[in-house]
Design a protein around this ligand. Sequence first.
Ligand code: FAD
Length: 284
Amino acid sequence: MIPQKFEYSAPTSLEDALELLAQGAKPLAGGMSLIPLMKLRLATPERVVDLNRIPGLDRISEHGGRLHIGALATHYEIESSPLIRSRCPLLAETAARIGDLQVRNVGTIGGSVVHADPAADYPAALLALEAQVHIVSRDSDRTMLIDEFSVDALITALGPSELVTEIIVPSEEPGTGVSYQKMKQPASGFAIVGVAARVRKQNGKVTFARVGVTGLGAKAFRAAKVEELLVGTAGGDEEIRKAAAAVADGVEANSDLHASAEYRTHLATVYTARALKAALAQAS
Ligand code: FAD
């Protein structure tokens, strides 16, 4: 339970951090996932670069119709930010459902998306929001969609010397209904299944639906079939039920000591219907 010896740096500028990353250092944000892995010696970095002293990396701002959320923003800062609560309530609602207060006080959105746990909560909401991830290194600067960023369980498209600096989400259009519903693992709070829904209605018909699902498969995914079945309907109970029944189509469901594949698939159907119902009740 003692990590391998490592060199620790806590730079106060992004440039210095990127230089250390280029030399092979491993970033440390909240340490909620990295430190346990180091203690178990599943991760054995020789150099660790602590990002917490870099000013501005936790900034939350709005420009160009989008919210820019610094990678170092903690789950608690996201759940309690007046800007996120009013302009992107789905993300605030999702952050508030992560772990417990201790975890939310320290864990960061950047650390969560890079760790890419298949049971993490943010990916469901970020997929429904069609979020982007801003990535920099000493020599490059790029932005990619969350769907392309997340490759598989615990695997992302991030290069070894790259840093996530921001998560970018849309400032929500008025009238959009949103909801995040999850069945949590009782000890850790991780999602056995979690479903995020964003919907809009016009003249009594659903005109827009985005559904992100976490916990069910090896990585979180957009439930395109559910969205397709819902759009154009009145969004009544029967239509929600039919759409939700398609959530696991083509997905190989996870099976572990917390839930069998069959039970997870059942939960995904139930929680998709709940998320859609709650989101549609808000949509105007
Ligand atoms: P760290 O542990 O510091 O880093 C994680 C990984 O990301 C490391 O590989 C690190 O090098 C890399 N990294 C960190 N920041 C960056 C960056 N900006 N750019 C590039 N790489 C970076 N999560 C949930 O979603 N739902 C839960 O219910 C939940 N419950 C939890 C309960 C417990 C008891 C614990 C310990 C964790 C739980 N988590 C849960 C995970 C938690 O949300 C973590 O905060 C998160 O997975 C990692 O964030 P972190 O800031 O601690 O990252």
